[in-house]
Ligand binder design. Structure first.
Ligand SMILES: Nc1nc2c(c(=O)[nH]1)N[C@H]1C(S)=C(S)[C@@H](COP(=O)(O)O)O[C@H]1N2
Ligand SMILES: [Mo]
Length: 202
């Protein structure tokens, strides 16, 4: 019997309901996409920082971050270049825990995620709260590979994957919105894959 790749286990031609519009299932592929050269970051000097509009600016070392309670994300990720990966497993520290420690001030509305390489991406504070964002350090039970942002990356899987800053160094909490790297270069400010918010004006 011949099974058509991509439709195995489903009636012929039926689209997997987990795929947002315009996306395809990359299956075993995990494309590596970065604007900068992959850095080799030493966990011994790696830090993660919450700063800006917070009562308690806080820096965590790798050891400190790894000693915090962590949780898993089991679900899907979606890149604006149209690949998705379904049913992936990441482990990381929920951003909520870090925000609780740093205490965003009442006027805080947005965050700028920044990487050790200088990459930036902006998000509403809401999108990194409520159990929807992690500082992720494992993929499929293994340490996150350097090319995918290891030792740790931001993971905000309900938005297009450019919001998930690799080699994340921290979040700057802001009282207003401000565009990050791709957002200044034509990408959508929020990037909801279910609304196909790929580019400015979508
Ligand atoms: N630091 C950094 N993070 C980044 C990017 C980047 O260029 N630099 N690209 C983003 C984009 S466009 C995507 S699709 C994902 C790709 O992650 P991956 O290489 O692990 O698939 O990382 C996001 N995070
Ligand atoms: Mo992307």
């Amino acid at each position: 019997m011949r099974i058509t790749r991509g439709f195995a286990g489903r009636p012929h031609g039926e689209r997997d309901g987990r795929l947002p519009p315009g996306q395809y299932d990359a299956r075993d592929d995990w494309p590596v996409l970065n604007a900068e050269v992959t850095p080799r970051l030493d966990p011994d000097s790696w830090t993660f920082r919450l700063e800006g509009s917070v009562a308690k600016p806080t820096t965590w070392t790798w050891e400190e971050l790894k000693s915090l309670p962590w949780s898993e994300y089991r679900g899907d990720i979606h890149c604006v270049t149209t690949w998705s990966k379904l049913g992936v497993v990441f482990a990381g520290v929920p951003v909520d825990l870090l925000l609780d420690a740093a205490e965003p001030l009442p006027g805080a509305t947005h965050v700028m995620a920044f990487s050790h390489t200088g990459y930036t991406t902006n998000l509403p504070l809401e999108d990194v709260s409520g159990g929807r964002a992690w500082v992720a350090f494992e993929f499929d039970g293994r340490p996150l590979a350097a090319e995918h942002g290891g030792p740790a990356r931001l993971l905000v899987p309900h938005l297009y994957f450019w919001k998930s800053a690799k080699w994340v160094a921290g979040l700057r909490i802001m009282d207003r919105d401000e565009p990050g790297f791709w957002e200044r270069n034509g990408y959508h400010d929020r990037g909801d894959p279910w609304l196909e918010q790929r580019y400015q004006g979508d």
